[in-house]
Design a protein around this ligand. Sequence first.
Ligand code: XMP
Length: 320
Amino acid sequence: DWSMSAYRAEMSKKIKEQVGTGRVICGLSGGVDSAVAAVLIHEAIGDQLTCVFVDHGLMRLGEAEQVVTLFRDHYNIPLVHVEAEELFLSELEKVGPDPEAKRKTIGRLFIEVFDAEAAKIGGADFLAQGTLYPDVIESVSFSGGPSVTIKSHHNVGGLPERMKMKLVEPLRELFKDEVRVLGRELGLPEAFVGRHPFPGPGLAIRCPGEITKEKLDILRKADAIYLDEIRKAGLYDVIWQAFAVLLPVRTVGVMGDYRTYDHVCALRAVTSVDGMTADFYPFDMNFLGRAATRIINEVKGINRVVYDVTSKPPGTIEWE
Ligand code: XMP
């Protein structure tokens, strides 16, 4: 793509000019935006960049390993992998089931852990963020006007100003589809570039009720099977987001000669252009039956599967 290769070269030059000989720190979320920003900045200034991946234990199956492998082995970018699962889970177990309390706890811990890592590196002059054009527009048009907070938002771009670092935001002029083109231009694997969006608070908001490691492990398995079936059916790229939700409800079932009493798993899939509105995806019933059968047979702890047919509005995409 000619225009993206020109953009890439121009941005590289701009980043060098802005940063000089300074040190840059970049938080990776496992998502496309922060990954593209990091690779672009590394291309411009090499090892003046350090990436920090705060692994909160709320990622999907195998996802944390993928991030580490991609950055360390494939790109050779200095990466600090902070294994903070125990910290996050022990704090989350204390907060109970309230969705906002869960979100706020995750946001607070994320900042604490990131801060501590930045200090260990000896501080940095710049903080890199994968802010996109729509984020810039949204924060401008929302300021001043009356606003209702549906959910407190958290992502790696939400680090506080008190961190006193200047920002490097090489994606500020781009839309999501352009970031994907740039990602391909930079050689990021297709599986990474085409990934569905994933929320900062991760699986915690797909596990209504109290969070436990056991529930998260059950959810991860069901989610992986569901996504596998979606890929096999060739539907991954026509869907905006698809995921499993583990409900805090147990129901009775029968398996062989035994009565079971296990969790309900809800499946969600939506189409959307920007995440602001969304339609539930009208799967073929055979597809849903297949996914449900596999989940119940292969995941211990789930004995019933339901499909969410709510669009946004009135529903939100995530359950919390
Ligand atoms: P909702 O559930 O509000 O989600 O309809 C709209 C889009 O935003 C994502 N989402 C988040 N992304 N941090 C993020 O980075 C968050 O706290 C967060 N909450 C929701 C959601 O996955 C969907 O794409």
